[in-house]
Design a protein around this ligand. Structure first.
Ligand code: AMP
Length: 396
């Protein structure tokens, strides 16, 4: 039995989960939040208990030090030597990383070089590694990349139609994100449906960020996020795909810098920007129930974009065996799933099982037996995928 920690180190938070492997039993989970702000907070669940505390968390170093101490103090591990490996979520692995790898100085340097492409995420992911390398120098660390699953896309799908030299010079291309989630959910679908009935899958990861992927025989052939996570469908606060000229036009009209416009597209657009209510689908649903027209427009736009992306992937896959919904909205929002499927039901002979669709946060088939394409909800589990890859590298 080996203990593996899966760690998602973000800019102001650190999410962790400990597993015993190979049983894949969660023995502890929790989060440190508000790192770097005047007052931080952590919560941690283990062995049926839940603890939380508000305390100063000036930086990631302090948060991770406290985490390691808590694990020993509460007997989650007898000693830190029990930790066989630590798996890190890393958002951007560029073109080099198609799989998870042992996190060493060379990998750290590569991730550092990619900070440009994922300025909100990669530096924080790297920080988690650096702090743990100092605190536990002999413990295996593994990097698990959000981009890795999408590396099987071919050039036709990942190139942008801009002058070729920008790809050669700057590696400007589609990378795609949420890969660990798309991999988990499509693997799970292949287990549940059997490989023959899940050759052509469309995975809809609909959370605060959102992306879809087209997966053929377990390999990603297209995905909706691009060079950065700003591309693709409309999201909580991100615009998704828009005419790129809008940015230059707005910059000129409003006297704003490129960085400011990019910030607007990342943080003030999407569902929030249109609804003027919130980026959270729960608030949107409540506002629609009260007759808010902007919220209704935002949801209709969101649904159309998800549905049209599914349609384009059905074309690329040459048909589809199953559509899969996952992440916060995909797992929980009964209306979004219904509206998306209704949008494409006539074109693709898909029939929703309205009663089954009432379920939330569980694996469930939500299409009828005579639907031409199966539709399923599969809760994602990125932490488990990280733990699996870490354990696998630990064994080798
Ligand atoms: P994630 O990024 O996967 O954690 O998803 C977070 C998002 O899921 C939230 O911002 C909400 O928009 C959405 N969400 C969570 N729970 C529900 C729910 N019960 N109904 C509708 N949307 C939900």
């Amino acid at each position: 039995m080996s203990v593996i920690m899966s760690l998602n180190s973000g800019s102001s938070s650190c999410k962790f989960q400990l597993y015993t492997m190979p049983a894949e039993t969660v023995i502890c989970s929790g989060i440190f939040e508000r790192i770097g702000l005047p007052e931080g907070v952590y919560s941690m669940e283990f062995n049926g208990s839940k603890i939380s505390e508000t305390l100063p968390l000036p930086n990631h170093q302090t948060a991770i030090q406290i985490l390691l101490k808590l694990l020993v103090d509460h007997g989650v591990v007898t000693s830190l030597d029990d930790l066989a490996g630590i798996g890190h979520r890393v958002v951007h692995g560029g073109e080099k990383y198609e799989h998870s790898v042992v996190f060493d100085e060379e990998v750290a340097n590569d991730i550092e070089m990619l900070c440009d492409l994922a300025p909100l995420h990669n530096p924080a992911n790297l920080l988690g590694y650096k702090v743990l390398k100092e605190l536990l120098p002999n413990t295996l660390q593994v990097a698990v990349f959000d981009t890795a699953f999408h590396q099987t896309m071919d050039k036709v799908s990942f190139m942008y139609p801009i002058p070729l030299e920008y790809y050669d010079q700057y590696k400007i291309r589609k990378y795609g994100f949420h890969g660990t989630s798309h991999l988990y959910v499509t693997q799970r679908a292949r287990e549940i449906l059997g490989e023959e009935k899940s050759r052509r899958l469309i995975c809809c990861h609909l959370g605060n960020g959102g992306s879809l992927s087209a997966v053929l025989d377990g390999h990603c052939i297209n995905t909706s996020m691009g060079f950065t996570p700003l591309a693709g469908i409309m999201m909580g606060t991100r615009s998704g795909d828009i005419d790129p000229s809008i940015m230059a036009y707005l910059a000129q009209k409003e006297g704003l810098s490129v960085a400011q416009i990019t910030d607007i597209c990342n943080k003030k657009s999407g569902i929030l920007g249109i609804s003027k209510v919130s980026s959270d689908m729960r608030d949107i649903e409540a506002a629609i129930a009260e007759g808010n027209e902007n919220a209704d427009l935002a949801r209709k736009m969101y649904v159309q974009r998800v549905a049209m992306t599914i349609g384009s992937y059905i074309a690329q896959l040459g048909g589809c065996d199953a559509i899969l919904f996952t992440a916060g909205i995909g797992e929980n929002s009964v209306p979004i799933r219904q509206l998306v499927i209704e949008y494409i039901s006539e074109a693709f002979s898909i029939k929703l099982d309205v009663e089954a669709n009432q379920k939330r946060r569980q694996e469930v088939l939500i299409s009828t037996t005579d639907s031409k394409i199966a539709v399923m909800v599969i809760p994602t589990n990125e932490e488990l995928m990280i733990a699996r890859d870490t354990y696998s590298l630990y064994q080798h």
